[in-house]
Each structure stands twice: as C-alpha cells, then as structure tokens.
Design a protein around this ligand. Structure first.
Ligand code: 3HC
Length: 288
C-alpha cells in the first residue's frame, strides 16, 4: 500500500496535466499548481479536453468524467500543498526553477513521510533531494507523453532516496495508477531518453541536412520500422523546447556529440516553433 491519497502536481503543461488526469482517474484528490490564473485555466482545459477525448473513444463514462474533474483543484499558491502525501513536480526542464521549487516544497510539506517526486527527464535527482532538506523522501518518477495512454513510468531513486520511499512509489505507480514501472539510475536521460533523444536529434540533423522531407523521414520509420509515429512528429508531440533542454542536460553530463542539440532545433525554439503545443513545429497544428 502506498498510503497516498492526496497528491499535488506542479505545472499543468503537457506532462503535468497528463499526470493529474491519471492520478484523479485513480480516485486521488489532486491539487495542480500553476504560475498564474490564466495558466491554471489553460491547464484545466487541457485535462478536461483529454478526458472528453477519452469519453468520445468510450474509455470513460460521462458521469466518471464529472467525478474525476471534481477531484482536481487548480491553484497558484504552493502553500496549498501543505497536507499532500505526494507532490509530483512537472515544471519545465530548468534546473534553477526545479531547485527553487524543491527548496520551498521541502519546507511547505507538513507530513513527515510526504514524498517529493520529480518528473524531470534529465536533471540529477540527488541535487533536488539535497536542496529539499528531506532527501530520503525525494526521487524521480518519469511519465511518458501522453501520460494517460503510455503505460511506462521510470522510477529513479537517487543515492540518498530511502528504500521505503522507492517501495511506496512502486506501489503507487503499479497498484494505484495501474502503470508499469522500470527502474533506472540517476543519470541524465535515464533509460528511455538516453536511447530516444539521440534518435530524435539524428532525425532533426537529417532533415536539416536535406536528406529527405519531414514527411518521408517520418514515413520511413512508421512504415519501415512499425513505430506509431515518426521522429519529427514525435518531436513535435514532446515539444522542441523540451527536447532541446533534455539534449543539453545529457550533453553537459556525458559530453557526447550525439546529445548536442543541432542548430536547427535551437533556431526553431528561438522562433517559438515548439511543436504541437505552439501550433507549429516540423508540422502545422493550427485548428487541430
Ligand atoms: N485516456 C485514455 N485513453 C486515451 C486518452 C485518454 N485521455 N486519449 C487517447 N486515448 C486512447 C485512445 O482511445 C486510443 O485507444 P484505442 O487505440 O484503444 O482506441 C489510444 O489512446 C490512441 O489515441 P488516438 O487514437 O487519439 O491516437 P493515435 O492512435 O494517433 O496514437 C499516440 C497517438 C498514442 C500518441 C501514438 O501515436 C503513440 O504511441 N506515439 C508515440 C508516443 C511516444 O513515443 N511517447 C513517448 C514520448 S517520450 C516522453 O514522453 C519522455 C519525455 O521525457 C520526453
């Protein structure tokens, strides 16, 4: 038994809203923290939109959608998380932002055994634990996009995470949420992004060098390798700013050129072409 009933989620972006939906559908009480009322409203719309999509596909009953939404509150004040059993941080991939959050959350949480988890894909968990003042209760739980659909969660204890914390999170992920975990060590990229990000960056380099059109690169991997979507469409889905940030963290840690973001990725991020979430990336998404 995880003993987790009250959950906080920091950030209602792509990953935060997905994790919120998963937790609330598991019957948990969830508070989502956003940086402004407008961002909180957008997060609420994202969660409801995904639930309505699930409803239209017959994955969830209409009455259950209402019940799930009633279990979620959107707030802008971190202090509202004081009584949480677990907080999952899903803010953007900026180390300073996350360190500041963990510093504050370590002070705010009142329960002695409350767990502070990060959905980071590349920032060292041990650093987040160190600044929180409760390192035994800090670990990584890395979900995959779209979180309501993807089965996998990576569990990442750091050098200072207690075995009780890891056991409780394993139980939360498997028994409470019905997801499937794998264990990873606290190295930038963990298991999946260490393999996936160099592949996505290679596809961007290939497109940048004019090997083939975006459509043909993607069709190649869908039709030739049976992937559900090609690497450029997947990059748009994940968010080009997120891929750049993960690649940069992995490059900083390992100094391997294959992790280094190519110039085209930098330029697209500078231009605000972030993929699906901004309406334009390698493909256009306006009105979709
Ligand atoms: N709740 C439950 N089920 C939902 C749902 C929701 N909110 N939204 C959609 N679904 C279901 C649909 O009903 C459908 O189920 P069905 O096949 O039984 O009918 C299924 O999920 C797929 O939904 P769609 O039909 O809308 O979409 P597609 O069939 O086009 O698939 C996709 C979309 C699931 C995104 C698929 O293309 C895919 O798997 N792509 C790869 C995604 C991937 O690789 N993600 C990992 C990214 S890496 C990452 O996140 C790590 C980070 O750190 C970068």
């Amino acid at each position: 038994m995880s003993g987790i009933e009250k959950v906080g989620v920091i950030g209602g972006g792509l990953m935060g809203s997905g994790i919120t939906e998963v937790a609330a559908r598991a019957g948990l009480d969830v508070i989502v923290i956003e940086i402004s009322d407008d961002a909180a409203k957008a997060a609420a719309e994202r969660v409801e939109g995904s639930l309505r999509k699930a409803e239209s596909r017959g994955k969830i009953e209409s009455a259950e959608v209402t019940a799930v939404l009633e279990r979620i509150r959107f707030e802008t004040d971190l202090e509202t998380l004081a009584d949480r059993d677990l907080v999952v941080e899903a803010a953007s991939e900026h180390e300073e932002t996350k360190l500041e959050l963990f510093r504050n959350l370590g002070r705010i949480l009142t329960k002695d055994d409350a767990i502070l988890a990060s959905n980071t894909s590349s920032i060292p968990i041990v650093k987040l634990g160190a600044v929180s003042g409760r390192a035994h209760h800090v670990m990584g739980v890395h979900f995959f996009n779209p979180a309501p659909v993807m089965q996998l969660v990576e569990l990442i204890p750091s050098l200072t995470t207690s075995s009780e914390t890891l056991d409780r999170m394993r139980s939360w992920v498997t028994t409470d949420l019905g997801k499937k975990p794998i264990d990873a060590t606290d190295r930038a990229g963990f298991v999946v992004n260490s393999l996936l990000v160099p592949y996505l960056l290679s596809a961007i380099r290939m497109y940048e060098a004019g090997y083939a059109s975006a459509e043909d690169i993607d069709r190649g991997m869908v039709l030739g390798c049976g992937h559900p979507m090609g690497p450029l469409a997947l990059s748009d889905l994940i968010g080009l700013d997120t891929i750049k940030a993960i690649g940069k963290s992995m490059y900083d840690e390992f100094k391997e050129p294959l992790y280094s973001p190519p110039p085209l990725l930098d330029r697209m991020v500078d231009a605000g072409l972030l993929g699906k979430k901004s309406g334009q990336g390698f493909y256009g998404y306006e009105g979709r």
